[in-house]
Design a protein around this ligand. Structure first.
Ligand code: T5A
Ligand code: NA
Length: 213
């Protein structure tokens, strides 16, 4: 993989799943793994709470402010759009992005509140499509037993069950489903293989595509 041609691009890899499924744990391990192999890789996450849009989202998630369901949906989407061009630049310069949540979260969470799924997908159309989506599969019950659950707005069993149903609807050929109840190290090994294969494919010229066209 090292020494591949200079116009090869990085891979866009997204981790998805219910709250507490282990996305952040596994995303950072993946970046370390790729860097260890000499690849250029970065950890990104959505919501990106560092921007002014991201601060509005963060305030909403921690119940410090109230927003209409449509409004917060569009803010989550805007938070991805404001990062789109820098994502593209990074990918084209050969850096692989490991992204902790993306448009699938956006659509699954808002649909679970009762917004129409097509309405939810519309503002995501034209964002970069992931080369690989790693879905960390866990039951809402198991997830709720993990540390820190219950602090943020969406961390309730019944709601998380609905989110899981909408994730099922969004599942497409870019997805790989991993059992998130295995020991962390076992999950890590499985993800490494999947990501490495994807990185090779992208280095070899697999074109970037766009969501939901
Ligand atoms: N949202 C997000 C939307 O509504 N629309 C959108 O467009 C987007 C992008 C914030 C919320 O916003 C919603 C979704 C969310 O509700 P967030 O900041 O990513 O999203 O918050 P969470 O998803 O809740 O992230 P968490 O940090 O809580 O969960 P992770 O990252 O999935 O899990 P992680 O790695 O932090 O692990 C959680 C705990 O489990 C343990 C860890 O040590 C940790 O204690 N753990 C394991 N335990 C046993 N076995 C394993 N295999 C384990 N892996 C991890
Ligand atoms: Na997280």
């Amino acid at each position: 993989l090292q020494g591949c041609n200079s116009n090869s691009r990085g891979a866009l890899v997204v981790l998805e799943g219910l709250d507490r499924c282990g996305k952040t744990t596994q995303s950072s391990r993946l970046v370390q793994y790729l860097e260890g192999l000499g690849h250029s890789a970065e950890l990104w996450r959505f919501p990106d709470r560092t921007t002014s849009v991201g601060q509005m989202i963060s305030s909403y998630l921690s119940n410090k402010s109230q927003l209409d369901d449509h409004t917060i949906h569009l803010l989550f989407s805007a938070n991805r759009w404001e990062k789109r061009s820098s994502m593209e630049t990074k990918l084209k310069s050969g850096t692989t992005l490991i992204v902790d949540r993306y448009s699938y979260s956006g659509v699954a969470f808002s649909s679970a509140k009762g917004l129409g799924i097509e309405w939810c997908k519309a503002p995501e159309v034209g964002l970069l499509a992931p080369d690989l989506v790693l879905y960390l599969n866990i039951s809402p019950e198991k997830a709720s037993e993990r540390g820190g659950y219950g602090c943020e707005r969406y961390e309730q069993l019944e709601f998380q069950s609905k989110v899981a149903q909408y994730y099922q609807v969004l599942h497409d050929s870019s997805w790989k489903v991993i059992d998130a109840c295995q020991p962390m190290e076992d999950i890590e090994k499985q993800l490494q293989e999947m990501v490495l294969e994807c990185v090779k494919k992208c280095h070899n010229g697999e074109p970037l595509s766009q969501l939901w066209l």
